[in-house]
Design a protein around this ligand. Structure first.
Ligand code: HEM
Ligand code: HEM
Length: 465
């Protein structure tokens, strides 16, 4: 089958949308990072920290993350099944509906509509719209996989399928609610049950929005772009099944030392530690794949992105299980350590993998070469530096915060008031903004490079415009 029959416009539409929402999310990220040390940057009621923080997380997790996932999954599914999408018009509709939903989500969050469940803040009419959009996506993916022309199911397809099924179940269950008017609803779960369901969802959002989609991309684009076959298919499959099995039990590690039953916390902690194995299965598979020719790290720019991305994934999946352990949790929980963990995963693993995948896909779609490898390298170093500044400063200040909160006087009173502890964060929060600025500069180089590649491709191939 000729590549021309692949539905590439929808793929590039999603990629461009994802970049757009990424810019919105990153600008807001910078803004809220400033608000923390310069409160005058709060402009009530719309542009206050409480409202903008959720716009930041939603535009990046769902706008940038899922936007890229939709586009690149369509690309992967078509190429791995060797056929075009069964419903190309539905995919185009999906693209438009996705953008409208994210825009409405941002607007409603700015307006203060929020059901106060992290990563599930949207009120019920938008939840319904999102479920419909997801079903549209699932129908296209499954129909295309079922009618595939390639019998073999490569590992990336398994990750695609897991993402589609898991997100649907998680999203629907955690959002079960009784509407109380058009813009308000009450969750079906209350108290400890609510917390438990919420973090079952919350941690699996990490698993199936921030992990499995990028593993699908990693397993496809690393061998494709380097020309090196994946080290072990068997390892990739074992890691896949154990990862999806273990993830679903880990949510309660967010609820250590809460009224959630102790045995449930222990179960979640045990599964969190178990997760190191399947996570590192993929890390090792990646290292051994490139191990066939390590010079690629120097000579081939995308290898750097993928290998550094999977390295941060590897670090993240050791740090995460460590945080789940009770004695560590009691020091770092509620502190800035956690945003340090989050941004190593999102700025390191997610962003590196997704931008590298786009660097691969866009020139293919536009029948051209990447505009500038030099700019891509500059992008790489800036994003890496920005992320390290961000995460390391947050880890330092997180430990300091935790230690100050625990410190007691000889009589057993708390040594520091909350405010005394908080002002000590200011220099670190300022450093975080600096890290964010460096990261943003890197992303601007990326956007310029992608834009110029698209422009060059179009002029080289006007018939495809
Ligand atoms: C083996 C894998 C992982 C485990 C066991 C794990 C464990 C944890 C734990 C225990 C927390 C809660 C910290 C606290 O509040 O006390 C946490 C938070 C978080 N982790 Fe991980 N982590 C893992 C991998 C990842 C990856 C790959 C990402 C990708 C970006 C990620 C993103 C996050 C996010 C976004 C949060 C913050 C959730 C919130 O409180 O809003 N984690 N993780
Ligand atoms: C310029 C880059 C960025 C800056 C300055 C930034 C800043 C921030 C700030 C200030 C917070 C709130 C931390 C707190 O409440 O203490 C935050 C949270 C968060 N950000 Fe970012 N961010 C950036 C990039 C990203 C990216 C690229 C992603 C995802 C792809 C992301 C995902 C998140 C998530 C999931 C949280 C919630 C963490 C939690 O609840 O623990 N951020 N960010």
């Amino acid at each position: 089958m000729s590549e021309l029959s692949y539905d590439e416009k929808t793929v590039s539409g999603f990629i461009v949308s994802s970049i757009f929402w990424g810019v919105v999310g990153i600008v807001i990220g910078l803004w809220i990072s400033i608000q923390l040390w310069l409160p005058s940057w709060n402009i009530p009621p719309w542009f206050t920290y409480g409202r903008m923080r959720v716009v930041h997380t939603n535009s990046l997790a769902f706008g940038l993350g899922l936007g890229a996932t939709f586009g690149i999954f369509y690309y992967l599914v078509m190429h791995l099944t060797r056929r075009s999408l069964v419903f190309p018009r539905l995919a185009r509709f999906h693209l438009h509906a996705f953008n409208v939903a994210i825009a409405l989500a941002a607007l409603s969050l700015f307006a203060g509509m929020n059901q106060t469940l992290e990563y599930a803040e949207l009120e019920w009419p938008l939840d319904v719209a999102i479920v419909i959009i997801w079903v549209i996506f699932a129908v296209n993916v499954f129909a295309t996989v079922i009618r595939r022309k390639e019998e073999q199911m490569y590992i990336s397809l398994w990750y695609v399928i897991a993402t589609v099924i898991a997100v649907a179940i998680l999203y629907i269950v955690n959002n079960l609610a009784v509407p109380a008017g058009l813009l308000k609803s009450y969750s079906l779960f209350a108290g400890v049950n609510s917390a438990n369901v919420q973090w079952w969802y919350g941690h699996n959002a990490v698993g199936f929005v921030f992990t499995t989609p990028y593993l699908a991309m990693f397993y496809y684009f690393l061998p494709k772009s380097t020309g090196l076959p994946i080290f072990s298919h068997r390892l990739s499959i074992i890691a896949f099944w154990s990862l999806v099995f273990a993830y679903l039990w880990t949510g309660a590690h967010h609820l250590v030392y809460t009224p959630v039953p102790d045995w449930l916390q222990t179960l979640a902690i045990a599964f969190s530690i178990f997760l190191i194995a399947p996570s590192w299965g993929s890390v090792i598979n990646g290292y051994y794949t490139v191990g066939a020719d390590w010079t690629k790290m120097r000579t081939h720019y995308l290898t750097k992105f993928f290998i550094m991305g999977i390295t941060f994934y590897g670090l993240q999946t050791v740090q995460g299980p460590t945080q789940a352990i009770r004695v560590v949790s009691q020091l770092i929980h509620y502190t800035d350590w956690v945003p340090g963990h989050v941004h190593m995963g999102t700025m390191g693993w997610v962003t590196m993998t997704v931008t590298a995948s786009m660097y691969y896909v866009i020139p293919k779609i536009y029948r051209t070469q990447i505009h500038s490898v030099r700019i891509a390298n500059t992008h790489f170093w800036l994003v890496l530096t920005g992320q390290l500044i961000f995460s390391i400063t947050m880890w330092i200040t997180g430990i300091q915060q935790g230690a100050l909160w625990k410190m007691t006087t000889g009589e057993g009173n708390l040594r520091y008031t909350f405010m005394e502890g908080m002002v000590k964060n200011y220099p670190y929060w300022q450093m975080r903004t600096l890290g964010g600025l460096v990261f943003t500069a890197g992303m601007l180089f990326f956007i310029y490079n992608i834009f110029m590649t698209m422009r060059g491709g179009r002029s080289a191939e006007p018939a495809r415009a």
